[in-house]
Write a protein that binds this ligand. Structure first.
Ligand code: FE
Length: 194
């Protein structure tokens, strides 16, 4: 970019609201032919409406009641979730790791914010925050306790660093009293507590 095209620095207090900046960026990308008109809106709709933790709950419920599916999930999570019609961007290589009494698995993206979108939806702000990404590596047990999960001292904690290529997903243990119901006309399994 030549000097004549560089904008003068803008003080934070003078910056336009984020929504206007986002729309301006979108329009600039469309004007230059880098994205098609409507592409950003389609992606936003997909992210907000179709990527959901409810998909992950379906996978967990299936794994709990179907030992063969659980085996396929642990062997190849991408292929197994596709059986349930769950796949898509940011989920082309997903890996399931299974919690047990002796081992509790935790997911982080130390570089940025990667998660298995098709199963978990977009990541929450705390997952993307630098303190979580740093502390879960250094002091996972302390951090989990602060977040409300007290693990027995005998339970090992395994932290998995998700990346843009490989996205980890935890298959939790089924809690005592946790029920699974099936809609009468649907293969969807629902999780709940009795
Ligand atoms: Fe990331």
């Amino acid at each position: 970019m030549s000097a004549s095209h560089q904008s003068p620095p803008v003080a934070a207090s003078e910056a336009a609201p984020v929504e206007r900046r986002v729309f301006a960026l979108r329009d600039a990308l469309v004007d230059r032919g880098l994205v098609e008109a409507g592409e950003a809106e389609a992606l936003a709709h997909h992210a907000l409406e179709e990527l959901s933790p409810a998909n992950g709950a379906r996978v967990v419920a299936r794994a709990w009641v179907d030992p063969d599916f659980r085996q396929r999930l642990l062997a190849n999570a991408t292929a197994a979730t596709k059986e349930l019609g769950i796949e898509g961007i940011e989920g082309r290589q997903m890996v399931a790791v299974e919690n047990a009494t002796a081992t509790h698995n935790v997911i982080v993206c130390t570089q940025c914010s990667c998660t298995a979108w098709p199963l978990l939806g977009l990541p929450p702000d705390w997952y993307k925050a630098a303190p979580y990404r740093a502390r879960v590596v250094r002091e996972a047990r302390v951090l989990l306790a602060e977040m409300g999960l007290q693990l027995p001292a005998a339970t090992n904690i395994r932290v998995w660093d998700t990346s843009g290529e490989t996205r980890y997903f935890v298959l939790p243990m089924r809690l005592r009293g946790q029920s699974i119901s099936r809609k009468s006309d649907s293969p969807v399994l629902l999780l709940g507590m009795r």
